[in-house]
Design a protein around this ligand. Structure first.
Ligand SMILES: NC(=O)c1ccc[n+]([C@@H]2O[C@H](COP(=O)([O-])OP(=O)(O)OC[C@H]3O[C@@H](n4cnc5c(N)ncnc54)[C@H](OP(=O)(O)O)[C@@H]3O)[C@@H](O)[C@H]2O)c1
Length: 246
């Protein structure tokens, strides 16, 4: 195992992030596992170390505490080769938030929190001329729907941000991978009544992400069929779409 091969996972308590952490540790990565709840993170770090002999370090990180992001990243030694943004917040289930504070929290976590830390990371990777950034966006960002358009628009903004960042960092040899999962069985969706045939496990999403990283991809729909589902949904004329209950 290369001692200096580190990746940073932000929001590492996410179920998709945990599955990716197991896969990356298995593939020889050392990991910085950052999120708000330190107890499960410490347990995860210990388990990864015991199973795969990697260095796994649990770190406190709050996406909403923008001011702390500079010192958080500065404190990482050695610097990570790649960064995964996995934190996310869905808000109320099946309906848009009633009060602005909740809408603000969705946008702040999913978009501003990601921009705040990634602008710092990007500067560093640009200087070092290598590395990768993986952002977990969502198919929900591909078209606004009545049931979750605040979440969807925060993910649309994040996808557009990653698109621009990809173009900026391309000349420095840095890969920026936008991940658009469909329905995944995690704590985010456990209380939603999802169509069974369209639901995927976090381990499958993690495998797709790792494969896309290795293949140098830009955008990943996972599972793959979401590219076609969203292609069809995006192709619906607005006059028809606004009348539908999707
Ligand atoms: N599940 C799906 O169906 C689905 C579909 C499309 C896209 N996604 C996206 O994929 C990503 C992972 O989703 P998931 O379902 O695996 O998530 P999850 O299991 O619900 O976990 C989300 C994690 O985000 C972290 N988080 C929330 N606010 C944070 C903050 N202010 N600072 C730091 N961490 C914060 C939480 O960390 P703590 O526990 O430490 O507080 C939580 O563990 C998210 O961005 C989500 O939007 C998920």
């Amino acid at each position: 195992m290369k001692k200096d091969k580190f990746a940073l996972i932000l929001g590492a308590n996410s179920d998709i992030a945990r599955a990716l952490a197991y896969l990356m540790a298995q593939k020889g990565w050392n990991l910085y596992l950052a999120s708000r709840r330190l107890d499960p993170l410490n347990r995860l770090a210990q388990d990864l170390h015991l199973r795969y002999g990697c260095i796994a370090q649990a770190l406190y990180f709050d996406a909403l505490d923008y001011k702390s992001h500079g010192s958080f990243y500065k404190g990482l030694q050695p610097k990570p080769e790649g960064v995964v943004v996995a934190f996310g917040y869905l808000g109320p289930l099946k309906k848009p938030p009633k009060d602005f504070a909740e809408a603000e929290k969705i946008v702040q976590i999913n978009f501003l929190g990601a921009v705040s830390i990634l602008e710092i990371v990007a500067k560093d990777l640009e200087k070092r001329k290598k590395g990768f950034i993986i952002g977990l966006s969502s198919v929900a960002g591909d078209r606004g729907r009545a049931s979750n358009y605040i979440y969807g628009s925060s993910k649309a903004a994040f996808s557009t941000y990653l698109q621009g960042l990809r173009q900026r960092l391309f000349k420095s040899g840095i890969q920026v991978l936008t991940v658009k999962p469909g329905f995944v069985v995690t704590k985010m969706t456990r209380d939603l009544d999802l169509p069974k045939h369209l639901v995927t496990q976090p381990e499958k999403v993690a495998q797709d992400i790792y494969r896309a990283l290795k293949a140098g991809k830009d955008v990943l729909y996972t599972p793959f069929y979401w590219r076609f589902i969203m292609g069809a949904i995006k192709a619906l004329p607005e006059g028809l779409f606004k009348r539908l209950k999707l």
